[in-house]
Each structure stands twice: as structure tokens, then as C-alpha cells.
Write a protein that binds this ligand. Structure first.
Ligand code: ADP
Ligand code: SF4
Length: 688
């Protein structure tokens, strides 16, 4: 299909200093959980985006020196020759598709507490970052940098820049964002210095200016130099000479870099979950930059709509459309727009499972794109599946797992029949996406149904509940069972193991609410699942005007939501909706009038009034249909939540993997390994 001329502007080349981006699609640096220990995994992941049409593909934060060590979180480094080799694999993969490769030179300062390298953390004025996320918390406090430390920092950037150019990078970032060291110099909360690097905004930008100049000089002006800067806090600070400190800082730096990459300050606002923030949510903070500088500006905002992207360019907010999550969910987003296939974009749903992967310390996972992070290990391509399917497959269950299985099997060339008991496809998402804020998650269904409806070898049958005899009679060569899981009303013991259901009136599970149970208030929602369901059901109850108390065995509401950046926003939503929140409590009993709570560690009891109790805890999978068929059918697979209940991302991944493997002998997974640093001189003391 020809490209819609409305989107032509997105394919203009953009000059970035000495380099030219072939279009406006710019994959900004983002965490992938991939480090120099997995150079081929990383190269394949980033290279896929170049193949998909992104003009610039960046790596994630890349430490310039061992005094910036983010462990246990995964991070890359440019410390030595072995690191150069590791990155070169990625830049080759990116260049192979005509894209530019960018690297984010990173020093974490007070935010990098150097758990592995054991260097003392550095900071402008000894001010620490007092994180509430347990993964970031530390009792190690930073020391104050003296003039020699500042000279060292500048030299480390110069040395890393030289290595970055050797590794083949085209665009080198100075990173003054997200609470890291150059940002700490910009923000007066961190910077109390009285020398030339502290005090006035003029002095506070000095280090950033010097880093930009250093990186440019170190590479002889051959590489473009980008500045990544967080503007949320600066924009909130008054200035004597400009509308805000952000305006003043950008004014002082306006001619320094070849490119501005502008963003928010905190993960929860920068990588905001769709549940609480719409597409383009950064605009009110970053909209002014383009009016001050002539240099191109890139920014993000979970852009998946080409019309929104065009509007960003036409209204003079951005020159380049930054993508992190949209590029993970669909590495081929630019190619699809270029080819007039924008209705085939696998749109990011804003669930932030990807960012949770980084918090977990593993390679990126994505709800929408089950191939993300598996391009090298499994050799999975997000768009192309080997067409080797022969015969027929019956898929039972049209939730995320069944839809993904049917799509991948269809692409393999099998004759696929998808049978779903309900009137509509979508499984658990049909109801879940009607809960407050979760509408965009239905994109998981929309994308797959949209693709399946075009496939001549796939037929979709709703209102088709199948039993074992019907499946046998159907006579398919292969059967995939994806019939989902159920919530139980089991409570949870103080050892955090599910126990037994309560024999009491008006005890419900999320499945009961989905089926339309009429809940009487006041209602207690007891959550020991600790992902989104408990808090979303509490919001749902409060939205119906019921007095709602949310109780959790964990230390905060939707405790696992810290991994997806949702947790702080859940607390804000509770406050707005008037939902009471009781943490570190388990439900011991309920008699229809009151819920008995016990403090999880001390056992201290308390009764709170409630007419209804909703238990959001354990889910069970399993399938009687599978059990009936497995004995006498040659090829039957149980997948998705029915196999093992999990997040939507798990169900999609399971469905995808099952579909890839049906009829084939399972292949051994490839294992990546770091490049060894050979011929390195031992430390002097050890050598003596
Ligand atoms: P998953 O997340 O694993 O895809 P879901 O619970 O979202 O699981 O979806 C499972 C789907 O399977 C539901 O839509 C349900 O209606 C459907 N289903 C369950 N049993 C049968 C059956 N015997 N025949 C057809 N569809 C079924
Ligand atoms: Fe988007 Fe969710 Fe995929 Fe992240 S995991 S890219 S938020 S769909």
C-alpha cells in the first residue's frame, strides 16, 4: 500500500550535527536489561528496530567509569576494549539497516551506589537520593566531589567517547537526566556548591557544557553530540530572568549540543503507565524547548498514532519522534507507516511490563510483542514466522493466549480454527479493560483480531463452547487449549501461602464481579495478588459509590506495581477516590457484617465493618478439557493461564511459544557470553 501523504513529514531527513537521520523516527535510549554480558542478544534486539525503519537506534545507559555502577540493575559500560567489542556487535547490526547508532554515556553520581565496584558514590554536594523503591535503597551515602573529581569526570567522558566512536556509534549522549550526576549539578536541591559549578543557573550548567565540549573534542567533531535532559523539576522552579529555570537552562545551553533529548524526571512520569497518563503526557513540560533552540529536539510520549506524531512536528513541539515503549511493542512501527499499513501497528498498551523487566534485572519482556528480547536466543522475528505449518490446528479459547497462538499458527501456514465460548473474543480482557484506566490494554485483542480476520487460513468461531467429544470429532491434527484460569476465594496465611475459602455470605472473587455480582457496601477488597487487579477492583467499587477499604498483606497498595511505575499513582488514585488503604494486614474472618484483620507479623486483630468481601489472591489454572484429551490425542497443548496463571504478558508469551513449537522438535536455546578482556595488566599491588 502506498504511504498516506498526510504522514510524509515523518519521513523527512533530519540533520543532527555531522550526521543525518534518514527520517524522524528515533529510538531513544531505554533500558533493555541487556548488558555487555549479552552482546549478541542486545545487538539482535536493537538491530531489529533498525530493520523496522527507525532512523536512530540507541543503546541504554552506558557507564563511563566504574564509579557509576547500577548493580543489581542491568547496565552497560564503556570501560575498556572488551566493552568496545561488545558494543560494536550492536552498531554493526544497526548500521546494516542504514540507521544511526547512539550511545547514552552515563554517570549515576549519588544515584549509583556502586554495589559491585565498591567505589564511593560521587555527588556535587554530598546530597543522597533517598529512594523508596527497595531495589534502589542503600545506606551508602555519596561524598562531595572536589575540583580533581570534576576533572576526572570530564576525562572519563572523553575516554568513553573515544571508545564509543571506536565501537561505531554515530551519536554520543551527555546524560543530564533522571537524577544522574550531571542532572544533580543542574538541580539546586542536589547542588549546594559555592565554586564555579554551583549557585546560579549559569554556574550549574557549566559541567554539562564542559561535558558536551569534551565529548565533541574527543571525537574530533565526527560524532554528533546529544544532550538528554530532564525538565520536570526545573520547569517547576521560578527564575528571575525567564518563565522557569528550565527555560533559563535551555537558553544557556541552546547552542551547545547537536540535539536535545527532553524528558521528565521520574520513572513514574517519564515512563508513565497508560492507566494514569495519556499518549503525549510530556508535552506540557517539554513543549517550550523548540522555541528557544535551533537544534533538533526529540522527545517521547508513548506515541503510537501517526496523526499525533505529525501534530508534534507541525506544532513545533518536536523534530524527531522519540520512541522507547512503542519501539519495543512494534519495532516495525516506522515501516508500517511508510508502507501505508498503520492499521497493522502493534500498539504499546502502556502496561510497563517492559520496565518491570529492568527492575527484575532481566532482558526486556513485552505484553504486546512476545518476541522482544528473544530475537537472538530463539531467533524470533516480530513480523516473520517460517511458513512451515502443514495440516490443521484447533485452538480452544480466545483470550490473549489463544489469540496469539492462532495468529502465530496462522502465520506458519496451518489451517487454524479458533473456538471461543463467549460472544466476543478477548477472554479476561473483555471485563478487565472495563476497569478504571485499563481501556488501552484492549489493544492486545484489537491487534490480534485485526490480523486474524485478514488471514484466509484462519476461521474464528465465537459462541462455540467445546467439550472433549466435539474436539475429537473435529479431527484437527493439533489442538491448543487456552481456556484461562479462575480466581479463588482462598484467603492467605501469615506465611503468605493461600489457605482456604471462607464460608460466609457475600464473599466474591474478581470473576464474580465480572459476572455482575451485586456488591453491597461497605466493601473490603483483600489483595494478596499485589498486581493491578486488587487496586483496580477497589477503584471500580468506589466508582459505584460504595465505601471501599483496600487491605493488603504487603507494605503498600499494589505492591508489585513499584515494578511497573504504577504504585505511587495507585496511592494517588485511592486518595482521590476516597479509598481507605490498610497495609500489612491479612483477613482472618468475615461474618457478613465485619471483617477481622490481623497484622501479618504480630497477629494483632481488629474488626472493621463490611457487608461484602472481595478476595483478590490466588488464581488456579488447569483444564478438564485438556485432562480428557491428553490420553488419546496425539498433539494437544495446554497454554496461557490454563497452563500457569500469570500476567497478560505471560499468557501471550506462552501462546506464542506453543504456536512456534507445535509439530517441531524443540530447538536448543542459544546462550550468549561476554567478550573476555585478554592481556589486561593485573593491578599493580597484585603484580608486585
Ligand atoms: P488466557 O489469558 O490464557 O488467554 P483467558 O481467561 O483470558 O485466558 O481466556 C480464556 C478464554 O477461553 C475465555 O474467553 C473463555 O471463554 C474461553 N473458554 C474456556 N473454556 C472454553 C471451551 N471449553 N470452549 C471454548 N472456549 C472456552
Ligand atoms: Fe508497551 Fe507494555 Fe510492551 Fe512495555 S510491555 S512496550 S508498556 S506493551
Amino acid at each position: 500500500m502506498p504511504r498516506n501523504p498526510r504522514f510524509d513529514i515523518l519521513f523527512d531527513p533530519v540533520r543532527i550535527g555531522p550526521k543525518t537521520a534518514k527520517n524522524r523516527f528515533f529510538q531513544v535510549p531505554h533500558a533493555s536489561g541487556m548488558t555487555n554480558a549479552n552482546p549478541h542478544v542486545r545487538a539482535a534486539f536493537r538491530g531489529m528496530k533498525a530493520e523496522g525503519g527507525w532512523a536512530v537506534v540507541s543503546t541504554g545507559a552506558c557507564s563511563v567509569h566504574p564509579s557509576s555502577d547500577d548493580s543489581p540493575f542491568p547496565f552497560a559500560s564503556l570501560w575498556d576494549e572488551a566493552d568496545v567489542r561488545a558494543h560494536a556487535v550492536m552498531t554493526e547490526a544497526v548500521h546494516a539497516h542504514g540507521a544511526l547508532a547512539a550511545v547514552e554515556l552515563w554517570h549515576g553520581g549519588a544515584a549509583a551506589v556502586n554495589r559491585t565496584t565498591r567505589h564511593t558514590p560521587l555527588s556535587p554536594s554530598g546530597v543522597p537520593w533517598m529512594a523508596t523503591h527497595v531495589g534502589f535503597m542503600s545506606s551508602a551515602r555519596p561524598r562531595v566531589m572536589d575540583a580533581g573529581d570534576i576533572r576526572d569526570l570530564i576525562r572519563w567522558h572523553a575516554e568513553a567517547a573515544v571508545r564509543a566512536e571506536q565501537a561505531g556509534f554515530d551519536i554520543l549522549y551527555v546524560y543530564a537526566g533522571m537524577g544522574y550526576l550531571p542532572y544533580q549539578f543542574l538541580l539546586s536541591d542536589y547542588n549546594h556548591r559555592t565554586d564555579a559549578y554551583g549557585g546560579s543557573p549559569r554556574n550549574r550548567v557549566r559541567l554539562v557544557e564542559e561535558l558536551i565540549d569534551t565529548v565533541r573534542e574527543a571525537t574530533g567533531g565526527r560524532c554528533a553530540v546529544a544532550l538528554r535532559i530532564s525538565l520536570q523539576e526545573l520547569r517547576a522552579r521560578p527564575s528571575e530572568s525567564a518563565p522557569s529555570e528550565a527555560h533559563e537552562v535551555i537558553g544557556l545551553l541552546k547552542d551547545a549540543p547537536d540535539l536535545f533529548d527532553v524528558k521528565m524526571d521520574y520513572s513514574a512520569t517519564d515512563c508513565a503507565p497508560s492507566r494514569f497518563a495519556p499518549e503525549g503526557s510530556h508535552e506540557p513540560v517539554v513543549d517550550f524547548v523548540r522555541t528557544i533552540t535551533e537544534r533538533p529536539v526529540v522527545g517521547v510520549g508513548r506515541f503510537t498514532s501517526p496523526d499525533t506524531m505529525v501534530s508534534m512536528v507541525r506544532r513545533g513541539v518536536l523534530d524527531l519522534i522519540g520512541g522507547a515503549r512503542p519501539s519495543i511493542a512494534d519495532p516495525f512501527l516506522p515501516a508500517k507507516i511508510a508502507e501505508g499499513r498503520e492499521d497493522e501497528i502493534r500498539e504499546c498498551i502502556g502496561c510497563n511490563i517492559c520496565i518491570s523487566s529492568w527492575h527484575d534485572g532481566v532482558w526486556v519482556r513485552c505484553t504486546q510483542n512476545p518476541t522482544a528480547g528473544e530475537e537472538w536466543r530463539h531467533g524470533w522475528h516480530p513480523e516473520i514466522v517460517r511458513r512451515d505449518g502443514e495440516g490443521s490446528v484447533l485452538v480452544v479459547g480466545g483470550g490473549p493466549a489463544g489469540l496469539e497462538a492462532a495468529l502465530t499458527l496462522g502465520r506458519r501456514g496451518f489451517k487454524v480454527v479458533l473456538a471461543e465460548a463467549a460472544r466476543d473474543f478477548g477472554g479476561r480482557l473483555l471485563w478487565e479493560t472495563r476497569l478504571p484506566g485499563l481501556r488501552q490494554w484492549f489493544r492486545v485483542v484489537d491487534y490480534r483480531l485485526g490480523q486474524l480476520r485478514r488471514m484466509p487460513n484462519v476461521s474464528l468461531h465465537a459462541e462455540s463452547e467445546l467439550g472433549a467429544d466435539e474436539v475429537r470429532e473435529f479431527g484437527a491434527d493439533h489442538v491448543v487449549i487456552a481456556t484461562g484460569a479462575r480466581w479463588t476465594a482462598n484467603l492467605c496465611g501469615a506465611n503468605e501461602v493461600p489457605t482456604r475459602p471462607l464460608a460466609a455470605p457475600r464473599v466474591y472473587t474478581p470473576d464474580d464481579i465480572a459476572r455482575g455480582a451485586r456488591v453491597e457496601g461497605p466493601v473490603v477488597v483483600f489483595d494478596f495478588d499485589n498486581y493491578y487487579m486488587g487496586s483496580a477492583v477497589a477503584e471500580h467499587m468506589a466508582a459505584q459509590g460504595l465505601a471501599t477499604t483496600y487491605v493488603t498483606s504487603a507494605g503498600s497498595a499494589q505492591s508489585w506495581g513499584i515494578m511497573t511505575n504504577e504504585q505511587p499513582l495507585v496511592h494517588q488514585a485511592f486518595r482521590k477516590a476516597g479509598i481507605a488503604c490498610r497495609t500489612l494486614q491479612i483477613v482472618e474472618d468475615f461474618d457478613g457484617e465485619g471483617v477481622t484483620l490481623a497484622q501479618i507479623f504480630t497477629g494483632e486483630q481488629q474488626v472493621i465493618p463490611a457487608r461484602s468481601l472481595i478476595v483478590v489472591g490466588q488464581r488456579t489454572g488447569g483444564s478438564p478439557l485438556y485432562d480428557a484429551l491428553r490420553e488419546d490425542m496425539r498433539s494437544v497443548v495446554l497454554t496461557g493461564d490454563a497452563n500457569a496463571p500469570g500476567a497478560i504478558a505471560h499468557a501471550v508469551y506462552q501462546g506464542h511459544r506453543a504456536a512456534r513449537e507445535i509439530g517441531l522438535v524443540p530447538q536448543r536455546e542459544r546462550r550468549d557470553a561476554p567478550f573476555a578482556m585478554r592481556d589486561i595488566a593485573p593491578p599493580r599491588e597484585a603484580a608486585e
